[in-house]
Structures are given as C-alpha cells and as structure tokens.
Design a protein around this ligand. Structure first.
Ligand SMILES: NC(=O)c1ccc[n+]([C@@H]2O[C@H](COP(=O)([O-])OP(=O)(O)OC[C@H]3O[C@@H](n4cnc5c(N)ncnc54)[C@H](O)[C@@H]3O)[C@@H](O)[C@H]2O)c1
Length: 349
C-alpha cells in the first residue's frame, strides 16, 4: 500500500462557503472591528515587513496582481484581479485568493478564498484610517459606487467609526437599489441619492468606490467642502483614478506604501515628489494626522499586501477549533524527502 502523506502535506483550506460560515459565526461587524485592529497592529510593526509594490500584469480590460509580504515568521501573498467590465458579463470586478506560509520551513499554513476577505479587509482598512483622520463625531457618509464593496464599507464605518447615516449614489440606480435593500435593518439610516452632489449633502466622510478603467472624475473640486475626510478606494491602477487633481492639491494626502501608491493611486496625477504622509506613521504617533477641522484629509487607498497578510493571519487563528476549513492534500511530502520519484512509483502499486 502506498504510504499516506504526513500531516505537513495537508494545508487548511478556507472555501467561499467556509468564509461565509466564519463571517456569520463571528458576526460581520465584530469581524470588521477585529480586522481593523489586526491591520492596525501590523501597521505598528511596519519596519519588520518586506515591502514591494505589487506585481501587476495589465491588459486592455483589466489587471492581475500578486501581493507578497513577510514579517520574517510568516510569508503571505494574494492573487487578485480588477476587471471593471466584468459585471456586464455577470462576473465579479474583483476576485482573490491567498496563501500564508511558514518562513522557517517554507511550507504553506493556509490557503484561503479572498474575494470576501478582500472586501472585508478593504473596508476595515478604510474605517481604521478614518478613525485616525476623519473629523471627530462624523455621523454621515456619502457612499459613491454601490457595487460589490459598498455594503462592507458602510458596515465598517458604522462599526468602527460610529457612522449612523449612509448616502448612496451610483450611476446605475439598480446598484443603489441593491445596496439599499442589503443595508435595510442593519442599523443605518440609508438615503438613496440621484446625484453625487446630493449624496454629499451634510456628509463628513466621502467614500468613492467606483470601477472604471479610466481617469474618471467622480468628485470635482467644487463638490468638496472644507473639513471632510475622503476615502478614495476605486483609483487603484495606472490610468484609473476617481478624483479631480484640484481636490488633491487642497487635501492632506495619506497613503499606505508610497512606492506603490505613486504608481496606482490618485497621486499618480501629481508630481512624483508631491508630499504625502504614510498612514503607519500617524498610527504610531510619529506624525500628526488631521491638523484642524477645516482641513480636507484624503486616504488615497490602493490596498497593500500587509492588509492581506493581517487578514489571512486573522483567519488562520479564527478557524482553529471550528468546522470552517478542510484539509487540502496540497504538498507532495515523501517519507524520505529525497525520494519524490519513489513516492510517485509506489502510488501506482
Ligand atoms: N483600495 C483597495 O484596497 C481596493 C480593494 C478592492 C477593490 N478596490 C476597487 O474598488 C472599486 C470598486 O470595487 P467593486 O468590487 O465594488 O466594483 P463593482 O464593479 O462591483 O462596483 C463598482 C460600482 O461603481 C459604479 N460606478 C462606475 N462609474 C461610476 C461613476 N462615475 N459614478 C458613480 N458610480 C459609478 C458602477 O455602476 C458599479 O456599481 C474597484 O475599482 C476596485 O478595483 C479597491
């Protein structure tokens, strides 16, 4: 009989079904708060991590990216795509999966779906940043772009920042209707708006989360009053931005990792040496965030590998003792490590 694989050959795998089970088990708002804390804790250890702009493969219709990092003990990467035209074909704009590995042995420790996890970690990161940057006591948020990410953003800002009203706008009214229906009964006042301007009335936080492979102008300069916090999510690729350049010139800009954001973020529209503040430095108290209640703060979010690493590590810990993973026979692991071929031969007997 062929030898059975060792325990190390089996890697816990979190499927989409398991991830949904885990989210319901923990509760989405608790999970968003936990993730925000986990990401914030890792931003406090910023220096420890390997950092590189993500590796992007562009086509005319989208991008496929790899996002690696390591803290010296664990290594993680995410595979993620961005294809704005996909929804018209019944497909998701963004899908993802990711892996965590043990740096000591190089053996994987977790393989997970990350489409849902990306929505959660993006929302948790946005709200964590706003916790540091948004005007104190902010209660109302404009949510522009009501696609796959939108509800996650709204719930994260409720749970983490205390937002109690969201003002929805999308060029496609069906997306707004979907988002409003999904948010009903979640403890938020939901206002569906028919223009971007209307969505911003009375809002202290403006989230832009649209998908379009072009230099779009979701916000023009005259739409943005003083003192607001802008959470710009959708501009995350070369040639794909959401804000008019004049808004950037009036804002104090916060970024995740400048070498990546200068390629992908709203600031690709600015000179390469335009001053920006790294979010981790605000979190560690090395620099100030918002300086006064008139300032426009802008989180120019593109999504950085450390956020995915934090999310995967959180999931690895959260699945322990739960039914929300299966063991995947993923690694060839012969009894004699040099006898890979022998293992193959014996498997036919
Ligand atoms: N920063 C990050 O970390 C991060 C993470 C994940 C996704 N994203 C980006 O966030 C964006 C949204 O992702 P998604 O999965 O929700 O996409 P989606 O395609 O599901 O939704 C996008 C929505 O934007 C709307 N839209 C397009 N142009 C608009 C406009 N001019 N005004 C108002 N609405 C408009 C569309 O109708 C659609 O409903 C994408 O661009 C994606 O690449 C960023």
């Amino acid at each position: 009989m062929a030898p059975q694989p060792s325990d190390l050959a089996f890697v816990p795998f979190v499927s989409v079904d398991h991830m949904m089970g885990l989210i319901h088990h923990i509760g989405i708002e608790t999970l968003l708060c936990d993730l925000a804390d986990a990401i914030e804790a890792d931003f406090k250890r910023w220096d420890l991590f390997d950092k590189t702009p993500r590796v992007a493969s562009h086509s005319d219709v989208g991008v496929i990216e790899l996002m690696p990092t390591s803290d010296g003990e664990l290594y993680g990467f995410k595979y993620v795509n961005g294809h704005p035209k996909n929804t018209k074909e019944g497909l998701q704009t963004v899908t993802a999966f990711g892996l965590l590995a043990d740096v000591e042995s190089g053996y994987p420790k977790l393989l997970s779906e990350m489409t849902l996890l990306t929505a959660l970690r993006t929302a948790a990161t946005s709200a964590m940043a706003a916790r540091h940057l948004a005007p104190k006591g902010a209660k109302s948020m404009a949510m522009i772009g009501n696609g796959a990410q939108a509800e996650f953003q709204c719930l994260a800002f409720k749970a983490i920042c205390g937002i109690d009203e969201v003002r929805l706008f999308d060029v496609d009214p069906a997306a707004t209707a979907k988002c409003a229906a999904n948010l009903a009964g979640q403890g938020l006042k939901v206002v569906s708006c028919s223009s971007g301007e209307e969505s911003m009335e009375g809002a202290q936080i403006i989230t832009t989360c649209t998908a379009d492979k072009q230099y779009a102008t979701i916000l023009t300069d005259n739409m943005v009053g003083s003192g607001v916090h802008i959470n710009a999510i959708g501009g995350d690729c070369p040639g794909k931005t959401e804000l008019h350049r004049d808004i950037l010139m009036r804002s104090k800009i916060f970024v995740e990792y400048p070498p990546q954001t200068r390629i992908e973020g709203e600031i690709q529209q600015l000179e390469p040496d335009h001053p920006v503040t790294e979010l981790w430095q605000v979190i560690t108290g090395q620099t100030v965030g918002r300086r006064n209640d008139k300032e426009i703060t802008l989180f120019d979010s593109v999504g950085f590998a450390i956020e995915d690493f934090s999310a995967l590590r959180y999931v690895l810990s959260a699945i322990q003792g739960t039914p929300f993973s299966t063991q995947l026979d993923m690694l060839a692991d012969p009894d004699d490590p040099r006898d890979l071929f022998g293992m193959l031969q014996r498997s036919s007997q």
